[in-house]
Design a binder for this molecule. Structure first.
Ligand SMILES: CC(=O)N[C@H]1[C@@H](OP(=O)(O)OP(=O)(O)OC[C@H]2O[C@@H](n3ccc(=O)[nH]c3=O)[C@H](O)[C@@H]2O)O[C@H](CO)[C@@H](O)[C@@H]1O
Ligand SMILES: C=C(OP(=O)(O)O)C(=O)O
Length: 431
């Protein structure tokens, strides 16, 4: 069994370039299916979820090629099937985008139910409602669903809740529908804006992305094109928090600081000094991290995906912090693991009450999901002794070269295997 080993190494220092956003990339790769020509995407991270999409591509005829410069060339012209294998679909969340993206071209799409991080119920009722509003019929089976439509017809769609996934999926389905679609109560996340920008670059007519009302005028075809994915604000935020928990100094480069507005503001509230340039952010840790209160919400609020590393940081803040999880009220799987390291955290309802300022101690802990993994790595960076984190596959869903990145900042972190409890470097040295 693989595990990540983290040992104390003092303050993290240095600068790190942030890869493309996981959540945007997953939407863009599915959106590329809508094109009628070749697409080049720059900045797609090398993560597990992207590898699964490549395997889905092999099944359905979507050609994906990683070039030596890291860009991805995607050719959707040879797609011959709109059946997404349930096993592959359920191994990540964003498989639902294939439903929206393939519907207009094929008229019938079969997709397994979405997987991804399992921290509570994650309904897709708003995706279904949008497909139905556009004239599609949705049929549910035990481990997959079928969406079919003779011809998609533009419609007015009022979301019952703000959802980035359903907003993006509705854009995908509506972009080649007949006539106008209006999305009301739409999510304003950067990933929504990025997907709209990509599609508009191919010739789509999407207006208002980034506001809560998006208008889409359907077009009969889309060209090929080129696009660079936005940087991963969630990876960037976690590195800034790592500066905080180790009392170090970390600069994240190639980011869009505006995407991290609520995160930066909370880090300052917690006592960190944060400096921004046009495309970089530097966080300076402090010996006196302050307790604070967080309520997660959809963008531009404090992201639920940054809640877990922030929980780790607040274990080191003197006093009582309260984190209230409004997006996924049960998303506290990291808390029992942090408690195994000595953190004093109590979860009541949708809130975690943290009595901070206690030293943490290394232990065997399990990453139940991608951000739980980051939370535990951060905790391990400040803990006494050795922290060993299992569930590496979850971390790999969201982070490209997590080991190399933290090491470049001075962390003592390695990927190991219980079967051969030595690192690749140690093995190389031995031979
Ligand atoms: C692949 C991807 O991009 N994942 C992100 C996406 O997930 P995901 O797309 O699943 O999240 P959404 O933005 O859709 O969810 C936001 C809220 O809407 C609710 N909801 C959503 C859809 C629906 O049909 N019905 C419904 O009630 C959810 O339960 C949640 O409370 O946004 C989440 C919220 O920022 C992030 O944590 C995930 O990292
Ligand atoms: C919840 C997350 O991912 P997914 O929606 O892909 O499960 C995440 O990235 O934190």
């Amino acid at each position: 069994m693989r595990f990540i080993q983290v040992e104390p190494a003092g303050p993290l220092q240095g600068s790190i370039s942030i890869p493309g956003s996981k959540n945007s990339s997953l939407a863009l790769l599915a959106a590329a299916c809508l094109a009628d020509g070749q697409v080049i995407l720059e900045g797609i991270p090398d993560i597990y979820d992207v590898k699964v999409i490549a395997r889905i591509g092999d099944d359905i005829g979507l050609r994906l090629q990683r070039m030596p410069d890291g860009s991805m060339v995607i050719d959707p012209r040879y797609i011959h099937s709109a059946i997404i294998d349930p096993g592959k679909a359920s191994s990540f969340r964003a498989s639902y985008y294939f439903a929206g993206a393939l519907l207009a071209k094929f008229g019938r799409v079969t997709v397994g139910f979405p997987g991804g991080d399992d921290f509570s119920s994650r309904p897709i009722d708003q995706h279904i409602k949008a497909f139905q509003a556009l004239g599609a019929k949705v049929i549910f089976h035990e481990d997959y669903y079928v969406v079919e439509a003779g011809r998609l017809q533009g419609a007015d769609i009022y979301f019952d809740t703000v959802t980035s996934g359903a907003t993006i999926n509705s854009m995908l389905a509506a972009v080649r529908a007949h006539g106008r679609t209006n999305l009301y109560h739409a999510a304003v996340d950067p990933e929504v804006v990025d997907t709209a920008a990509f599609l508009n670059g191919l010739g789509a007519k999407i207006y208002g992305a980034g506001t809560d009302r998006i208008r889409i005028e359907g077009v009969p075809y889309l060209n090929g094109g080129y696009h660079t994915v936005i940087p991963d604000r969630l990876v960037a935020g976690a590195f800034l928090m790592a500066a905080g928990i180790t009392r170090g100094r970390v600069t994240v480069t190639d980011v869009i600081p505006e995407h991290l507005g609520s995160c930066i503001s909370k880090l300052i509230e917690a006592g960190l000094t944060v400096e921004c340039t046009e495309s970089g952010i530097t966080a300076y840790g402090t010996d006196a991290i302050k307790a604070t209160r967080i309520r997660t919400s959809m963008y531009p609020g404090f992201a639920t995906d940054l809640q877990q590393p922030m929980t780790a940081l607040l274990t080191q803040a003197r006093g009582k912090s309260i984190i209230t999880e409004k997006v996924y009220p049960n998303r506290f799987n990291h808390v029992p693991q942090l408690r195994r390291m000595g953190a004093e955290i109590e979860v009541r309802g949708e809130s975690a009450f943290i009595r901070g300022g206690r030293p943490l101690a290394g232990n065997w802990v399990h990453a139940t999901d991608v951000r739980a993994g980051t939370s535990l790595i951060l905790a391990g960076l400040t803990a006494e002794g050795c922290t060993r984190i299992t569930g590496v596959e979850h971390v790999e869903r969201g982070y490209e070269d997590v080991i190399g990145s933290f090491r470049s900042l001075g962390a003592r972190i390695s990927l190991r295997d219980t079967q051969h409890a030595e690192t690749a470097e140690e093995a190389a040295g031995r031979n």
